[in-house]
Design a protein around this ligand. Sequence first.
Ligand code: ATP
Length: 353
Amino acid sequence: MTYNVALIPGDGIGKEVVPEAVKIIKALSKQHGFEMIFTEFPYSCENYFKTGRMMPEDGIEKLRNFDAIFLGAVGDFQVPDHVSLWGLLIPIRRQMQQYVNVRPVKLLPGIQSPLANRTSDDIDFVVVRENNEGEYSQIGGRMYEGTDLEMVVQETVFTRKGVDRIMRYAFELARKRPRKHLSSATKSNGIIHTMPYWDERFKAFSKQYPDVKTDQFHIDILTAHFVQHPDWFDVVVGSNLFGDILSDLGPAIAGSIGIAASANLNPEKKFPSMFEPVHGSAPDIAGKGIANPIGTFWSAQMMLDFLGEKKAATLLMQALEAVTANHIFTPDLGGNATTKEFTEAVLNNLNGN
Ligand code: ATP
């Protein structure tokens, strides 16, 4: 099988971790008889400085026929975050109908959680974030700018189609996991239109999935539970904003933002899905060769799994876990391995050394 993958290393440490992931994928493809052809695109803040755009006008069009998109990180302190986000990531997520954002949160062996006495058995859940609508909408505006009457409105959009498809994905995922447990993030006490609707759809779906145990929490107490009772969670579904917040908190309790992986999925495979580590360009450590590549490797693992290379995906996850269990860590996790040394350790494991 041959896969065509669009590679967007992006900025900062994105350009350091993506080539390492390519090495790993190439090793796996040799071992498992598939081919992955990478085509690199320079879409980034660097591109913005050169051309005034994060990507060319036909940037999305150019990505459309790939089997997947693999992205490192985009960001630069001289470019406002909303420019880099709305100029690249959000258009790709929306136009490719990548309506599911999946972020696994798992304490890997050997890694110390900042939460006392927690082990890998306690922290192993998945955040499923709605990725196309909700609170991150372009509807709104500002009036009477710069005067005492200045006002700003930002609309939240929940559609039946949008809410139902994320619920369906989350219930299906929960059904496949051993604990079969789905928690919903809500705030229907304070947000009185959209969130009760979210709850209503969650309840309707729970009737269709009687084998899945369900509960729901207001987002405020849910964040506290993530810290105090991470073992309560298996799959957690949230709107775009709540899912975003939870999926940064998750990796924080699992050790480091550097290990967090994500997949932006178009489950129907009508458009390419996009795989990217959760972290940003990390300008403070860029160029030093010490970025933690686990989040990127784990994202590659999710890409292999989604494309159907299940065996390669399983072996990559096992290799990552074996290396962390051996206490080979980059400095963010208290070790002294460089990005390349960590990659070597994973490659050695995959090669049976
Ligand atoms: P951006 O503007 O691109 O989002 P940022 O610095 O605001 O960049 P992150 O890049 O996520 O946000 O970095 C947050 C902190 O976590 C930084 O101190 C960074 O060095 C650290 N960090 C992020 N990713 C990694 C990684 N892969 N390895 C080690 N440290 C990381």
